[in-house]
Design a protein around this ligand. Structure first.
Ligand code: 5RP
Length: 268
C-alpha cells in the first residue's frame, strides 16, 4: 500500500484500530434535516471528539473552516432526494480532481445491493475506487441506507463483502443480530451507522454491541447531532470506541456530562 494511502487511512482509523466518524452528509438528499440547520454551529463543538468528519463538498466549503485538523471523508455520490421514487439510485457527484483540491482523507459512495438499480451504483462505485486509488485516496462504501432493505446479517454481510471485493478500503453498514458474521467476512474494516435517532442509552448499546462483534467503530450522525446534548453524546460514544467503556459506563458518562453542561449553561 503506498505511503499516501497508508497515511490517509491512519488518520481515519487510529492506532488502536478504531474510529469515530462524525457523519453530517445527510443534506445531499434530506435537505436541512433537524440538527443540521446551521451545520457549522452544530459541528464546531463536536470536532475535538471525532476522528474524522463525513460531509458533502458544499457543506465543507460553506460551513467548515479550512484551519481544522480533522480528516475529511467526502461524500461523492448522490443524485436523488427523499422525494425521489428511486431514493439512493446514486451516481458520482464530485470529481476526483475536486476531492484532491479539497485535500480530503477519503471519499464516500453509496451502493444499493438488492435494489433494481444496484448495477448502476456498483459500477459507479468501482469508477470512484479506480480514480481514488490512483491518488492514494481510500474509498468508504456506504451500504444499505434506505428503508426498503432487510438489515439482517445475511443481507449486510452480502452488501459489505461485495463492497470489499470491489475495492472499498472501509465499509459502512448497520448493526444487526449476528453482526459477527458481517465483520468476520469483510476483507476490510467495517463501521456502523447510527441510523435514525433513538434514546441515547439505546444508541450507546448498539455502538458497544457492534464494537464487541468486530466493528472498527462508528460512522454516526443523527444519534449525535440530534441528541439532547451532542457534545456529551459524542464523548460517550468516544468512550466506547476508544476507551473500551461498556454501554452502561458510557451512558453514565453521558448523563454526568449532560448535567455538567446544563449547570454551566445556567446564568450566574
Ligand atoms: C446518509 C449516510 C450517513 O453518513 C450515515 O447513515 C451515518 O449517519 P446516521 O448515523 O445518521 O445514520 O450515509 O446517507
Amino acid at each position: 500500500m503506498d505511503w499516501g494511502m497508508q497515511n490517509r487511512l491512519s488518520r481515519i482509523i487510529r492506532p488502536d484500530g478504531r474510529t469515530l466518524m462524525l457523519a453530517v452528509d445527510h443534506g445531499y438528499f434530506m435537505g436541512p434535516t433537524t440538527g443540521l440547520e446551521d451545520l457549522g454551529a452544530t459541528v464546531r463543538p463536536l470536532l475535538p471528539y471525532g476522528d474524522s468528519l463525513m460531509l458533502t463538498r458544499g457543506a465543507l466549503r460553506y460551513y467548515i473552516s479550512p484551519q481544522i485538523d480533522t480528516p475529511i471523508i467526502l461524500r461523492v455520490s448522490g443524485g436523488t432526494s427523499i422525494l425521489s421514487k428511486e431514493l439512493l439510485h446514486e451516481g458520482i457527484t464530485v470529481s476526483m480532481e475536486d476531492a484532491i483540491r479539497l485535500n480530503v482523507a477519503a471519499v464516500a459512495f453509496s451502493i444499493m445491493v438488492g435494489a433494481d438499480f444496484e448495477r448502476d451504483t456498483l459500477l459507479g462505485f468501482t469508477q470512484v475506487v479506480d480514480e481514488a486509488e490512483r491518488y492514494g485516496i481510500p474509498t468508504l462504501a456506504v451500504t444499505a441506507v434506505g428503508k426498503a432493505l432487510t438489515r439482517d446479517a445475511k443481507y449486510l454481510s452480502l452488501a459489505t463483502r461485495i463492497a470489499g471485493e470491489l475495492g472499498a478500503r472501509i465499509v459502512k453498514t448497520y448493526y444487526c443480530e449476528n453482526f459477527e458474521r458481517v465483520a468476520s467476512t469483510s476483507p476490510v474494516p467495517v463501521v456502523i451507522a447510527g441510523g435514525k435517532k433513538v434514546p441515547e442509552k439505546d444508541a450507546l448499546q448498539v455502538a458497544y454491541n457492534a464494537i464487541q462483534a468486530g466493528a472498527s467503530g462508528v460512522d454516526m450522525g443523527r444519534n449525535i447531532f440530534q441528541s439532547e446534548d451532542p457534545v456529551a453524546m459524542i464523548r460517550a460514544v468516544r468512550g466506547i470506541v476508544h476507551d473500551n467503556l461498556t454501554a452502561s459506563e458510557a451512558y453514565e458518562m453521558f448523563q454526568d456530562l449532560k448535567a455538567q453542561n446544563a449547570a454551566q449553561a445556567v446564568p450566574a
